[in-house]
Structures are given as C-alpha cells and as structure tokens.
Design a protein around this ligand. Structure first.
Ligand code: PDD
Length: 307
C-alpha cells in the first residue's frame, strides 16, 4: 500500500491517507492534483465508459454488478479492457481502502487509448486507460422528497451504454438546477425515458411501473435491485413506459441511482405529485437500505490491520 502514501496526503498516526484519491494507469495521488495526457481519447471524443457506486466502510456496493455492466458497455463500444476484470476489481478495492474515510463514492472510467486525434480507432494494437477516483460521500436522507422538471430527451440511441459522453445529461441537470429541482425527467414526445442521471419509476394502484430496458435508457443497477426486491415482496411490477401525464396522476413517483438510492419526488414542473402510497414506497426504500447495509458489512481485504 506504500505507493498510495502520496505527496500531499494528510498525516494520520503512523500512516497517511488522502481524503480523495485519483488513479490513472497505476499512478495515484490526491485527486485535485492528478493530471492526464491531452491525447487521451476521453478528452477528444468522450470515447470511453464509466461506472460509479457508493462505498460504505471501505466496501463498494454491488461491485460485481457494476463490473458486469462495465464489461457489457466495453463490448458494445468494442473497447478492450486495460486489464483482466479480476485485476480491475483488485485496483478498485485497493483505492477504496486508500482513503481517509470509509464512506465514499467510487468512480472509474476506461478510455480507449492515448493517441493523436483521429476519429477511427488507433491503428494496430493499443491499450486502454483506467481512471479511478474515490472521494468522500454523504448519503442523501431517504425520507426527503424532491422536485423534478421535464426536458425533451435529445440524446442519441445508445443510452443503454454507460459512456462518458454525457453532454445532454449535463444540460438537463443544469436546467433542473436552475429551476431549483433535484433531477430532470427526460421524455420523448411525452413518454418518460429516465432521469438525467437516474431511472424513473411510478407506483399506481399498488403496481410498480418502470420503463422497459431498451436503447433509450441505462440498465440501472439500482433499478434491477429494486425490481427484484419488489417481486420478492409481492409488489407487482410492470416494465412498461409511462407518460408525463401518468407521472402526474401516479400514487408515488420516485427515482433511483447508485448514489441517490431510492428517492421520492413531490413535484413535477411545479405541480405537486404523488404522496398517495407512502407505505409501499417506504417498504421499498427500507428493503433497499437493508440490502445495502447487509452487502457492505464485510471487510475490504486491502484495509490495513489498524483500520
Ligand atoms: N448515474 N440513468 C442514467 C442516465 C444514469 O447516469 C444513471 C447513473 C442511472 C442509474 O443507474 P445506477 O442505478 O446503475 O446507478 C440511470 C450515475 C450515478 C452517475 O452518472 O454518476
């Protein structure tokens, strides 16, 4: 672990740990000081993929599911992994164990290569780049509710791939922020696809409804967990898209992601929504939290004896 004892790290008793750590192809350091080569294709084209998850007590939640999706996104982009999956897992766990505090956000991305700018893939063999960041993270309160605003979904038809090409999502999130909303709801001609960085769901007459998997939405890992939990709890699930109008009329509206978990919405475009089946929503939120707590209760194998 010595190589993580980087310059600028805060000194603890006997050992130094950073608040936020950055990793680029094996180099590590305080995140704010890390530099990457200009020719990394992430900078020119957003030619890469990413994953993000919440870390509790130095253990990333649902790591295997995130590694599965990473492999699937890489396949869809014809992007070679920089190293074996097992080695990536090891590097991720090492990074989670190398920061000052155990509750953090783990983010990683893989970009295609470092090469002179040219749209097609670099000729011949090339190696992809692994970026990792771990930074402090405080979970949102689950009992709060949030305002949403709708925006036309102007994205392309590869939304099932978790690429680092996120400009429409950034613009939508900014629109939401400027309107004092927590999240933007993407729609295509009134049909809801997902949020700018979350999946959207409604409860109506006791049924959980969410858009089906397609190239219009990201196959959210929280979404998948939620559907499994709902089915286990006897809550009927319908994977069928809903409209903005149906969102207005739903008993509850909520959104999910690896960092937001399962958040209730209370307004859409300035009009109140939901609030009519809090009991079912609470059951789902609690079941999800229990799963999260249970699965992050082990010990990161790269944590030193003293922690
Ligand atoms: N966002 N849809 C989009 C467009 C997303 O960017 C995300 C995740 C989700 C939810 O996926 P998951 O449950 O696997 O986190 C849905 C992450 C958190 C981000 O961009 O930081």
């Amino acid at each position: 672990m010595d190589r993580h004892k980087a310059k600028g790290a805060r000194k603890g008793i006997g050992y130094a740990f950073m608040k936020s750590i950055g990793y680029y192809n094996g180099e590590t350091g305080p995140l704010e000081e890390m530099r990457v080569p200009m020719n990394d294709r992430a900078c020119y084209f957003g030619d890469g993929i990413y994953e993000a998850t919440t870390v509790r007590s130095f253990l990333p939640f649902a790591l295997e599911e995130h590694l599965d999706r990473m492999e699937s996104s890489a396949r869809l982009l014809r992007l070679p992994l920089p190293m074996e999956r097992e080695k990536i897992r090891e590097e991720l766990l090492r990074m989670c164990a190398s920061v000052e505090q155990g509750d953090s956000q783990l983010y990683w991305q893989i970009s295609r290569a470092t090469a002179m700018r040219s749209h097609a893939f670099p000729k011949g063999e090339y190696s992809s780049n692994l970026w990792i960041t771990v930074r402090p993270f405080r979970m949102r309160k689950v009992d709060e509710s949030y305002a949403l605003c709708s925006v036309p979904d102007t994205r392309y038809l590869h939304c099932n791939i978790k690429t680092i090409n996120l400009v429409p999502n950034v613009l939508a999130a900014q629109t939401a922020a400027e309107k004092g909303c927590e999240e933007a709801v993407f729609h295509r001609d009134g049909v809801v696809t997902e949020g700018s960085h979350t999946n959207m769901h409604i409860l109506k007459d006791g049924v959980l409804r969410t858009a089906p998997l397609s190239n219009w939405i990201l196959p959210g890992i929280t979404r998948a967990h939620l559907l499994t939990l709902a089915r286990e709890m006897g809550i009927p699930v319908r994977e069928e898209a809903f409209t903005l109008q149906e969102m207005q009329e739903a008993d509850e509206v909520f959104f999910t992601s690896s960092s937001a978990f399962c958040c209730r919405a209370c307004a859409l475009d300035g009009r109140p929504i939901g609030g009519r089946d809090e009991k079912t929503l609470k059951r789902l939120q609690e079941a999800y939290m229990q799963k999260f707590l249970k699965e992050t209760s082990g010990k990161n194998p790269y944590l030193g004896e003293s922690r």
